[in-house]
Write a protein that binds this ligand. Sequence first.
Ligand SMILES: *Cc1c(COP(=O)(O)O)cnc(C)c1O
Length: 446
Amino acid sequence: MTDPRRALPSVEQVLVGLGAIDLPQALLTEIARRTIDDARTSIEEGCAISRSEVIEIARVSATSTARELLGPMINATGVLLHTNLGRAPLGERALAAVTGSASYANLEYKLETGKRGSRHDHAGHLLAMAVGAEAAIVVNNNAAAVMLVLGALARDSEVVVSRGELVEIGGGFRVPDVLRESGAKLIEVGTTNRTRAADFLGAKSPATAMFLRVHASNYRMIGFTEQPAITELAETGIDVVVDAGSGLLDSTTPWLDAPPSWLSDEPGIRQCLTDGAALVTFSGDKLLGGPQAGVIAGRRDLVEACARHPLARALRADKLTLSALQSVALSYLRGSVVEDIPFWQMASAPLSELRNRAEAITARVPSAKVIDSHAAAGGGSLPGLTIPSIAVALATDNVDAALAQLRERRIVAIARDHALVADLRSVNGQCDAALADALVALTTSR
Ligand SMILES: *Cc1c(COP(=O)(O)O)cnc(C)c1O
């Protein structure tokens, strides 16, 4: 008997067998080599494996590698700010700004004098105006913003936090850990459900750097609960810092005709500042519907102390982020938020419009149904509050297989009651045809 390992294809034979897959040759060669090595191990362990099987395994592996490359997705989950799907989609205006600055840009350059400028003069300055702050700077994300504020202003001193707000935001962002990492000493006050201004005041000492309020974001406590108002804390003379994360730029939502009920109770950055917060931090994507970024806004001396800290250099945002954020800030200042920012477009789309789109899809997929659904802002915003929505549902005895088939076309839907459900509130209308194509393929492949 001949050694079955001698039947293994060569790397060149696998590469020919792979045909046209759009990946660099080095990557395809690596996949071919790895597949042959694995096949050799299988044969040594006593499993028969043919030459064509090896080529087929390599083809599946290469196709999967190409598909897993970072790229666009259709989000039919109904979660508008889906962290795993990159949170907020950028609108055309922001995209044009990014494209423009992708070349050389006046990132740190003053056109008038020809001298060095600051990257904080662009989006930071505009966002300060939009929230009514003396100054603002932009960093990589809100986690970085909190880290920088604590590192610059509270190192080796005390930060007082309510026990009800010592939360984990997700992705490993735990308030006590962040405080420890930044070299600040955490002073816990109050109880899990109730904390009063008197509790904060009782913890005040010469070592107190700030009173920190943390927006609980992705969880909600209901019932017998109490947290002190920012105004009460500000009256004590200690600087109040609010980590808002998500929420609203302005809780009166001047960019909407009428604030919808699902927005009730969300904190506004502008209102935190008028209530007396010395600094507020928030997310560029969760709160503004812009690019991933973190904003530190408030009193000029404190913002400048953050900007001067060595960590600021490590956490700073790049020109692409700053261009997108500048565009988003201009849209808020202009009041053209619903027109320009896809998050607000999607959140405020009337049900009748979603229903029309759903009917156009089901006209092509007769076994699918139009159903009422509930979308969510997501990204830790507005827990428990849902936005009425419309979805297309397709009954199937194997929802997992159907979802996997949609993922091959870069569409993420959800499973609900033995049906595949595609919520249209998070789907760009221009993607409806692709969604309908995928559903047609599903119903014809069964
Ligand atoms: C989301 C959030 C963070 C982390 O913000 P990223 O932009 O995701 O880094 C921190 N604090 C609060 C209150 C948040 O909601």
